[in-house]
Design a protein around this ligand. Structure first.
Ligand SMILES: [Zn+2]
Ligand SMILES: [Zn+2]
Ligand SMILES: [Zn+2]
Length: 138
C-alpha cells in the first residue's frame, strides 16, 4: 500500500517534467517522494551514491522550475528543498533544525494586495519566508 502511494507520487512528480524521464531521474524522484519536511541537495546526493551528483542537482532544478519542489534559503544562505503541496503559500524555516513548513495567512495576502496598489509599476508576485525557532526546538 505504502509502495503504491510512493509510486503514484513519483509518477505525478515526473509527469510535470514532461520530457525525458531517465532511470537516474526516476531514482531521485523516488527518494524525494519518500521525504518528509525539507532536505538539502547534499543529503540526497549522499543517499544516492550511484547516481551522479550532476544528475541529482539537475533533477532538483528541473523539479523546482516545474513547481514540484519549493526552493527556500536558510538563514546562512544555503538552499533547501521541500515538496510543494499547495498552490500559493509561504515558508516557516526553523533556524535550529532547518525544518521548512508551509503557511498561509489571509491578512498578509490582503495587506500585500493593498500595498501593491500604491507601488509604482506592476507587482508580479511575492515570496515571504519567516525564520523561526519551531515548537519542537523551543
Ligand atoms: Zn513550499
Ligand atoms: Zn526546529
Ligand atoms: Zn502570499
Amino acid at each position: 500500500m505504502m509502495t503504491t502511494s510512493v509510486d503514484d507520487r513519483v509518477d505525478s512528480l515526473l509527469s510535470k517534467l514532461g520530457s525525458r524521464i531517465t532511470g537516474p531521474r526516476r531514482r531521485v524522484a523516488r527518494l524525494l517522494a519518500s521525504k518528509q519536511g525539507s532536505f538539502s541537495a547534499e543529503a540526497l546526493n549522499e543517499e544516492l551514491p550511484d547516481v551522479g551528483r550532476a544528475t541529482v542537482y539537475r533533477t532538483l532544478k528541473l523539479l523546482s522550475d516545474a513547481g514540484v519542489l519549493c526552493k527556500t534559503t536558510l538563514p546562512d544562505g544555503s538552499p533547501r528543498y521541500s515538496i510543494d503541496h499547495s498552490w500559493h503559500h509561504h515558508h516557516l524555516i526553523c533556524s535550529s533544525c532547518r525544518t521548512v513548513e508551509e503557511f498561509r495567512h489571509s491578512a498578509l495576502e490582503r495587506l500585500l494586495c493593498e500595498m501593491s496598489a500604491e507601488i509604482p509599476g506592476q507587482v508580479l508576485g511575492h515570496r515571504v519566508e519567516l525564520y523561526v525557532t519551531c515548537m519542537h526546538c523551543l
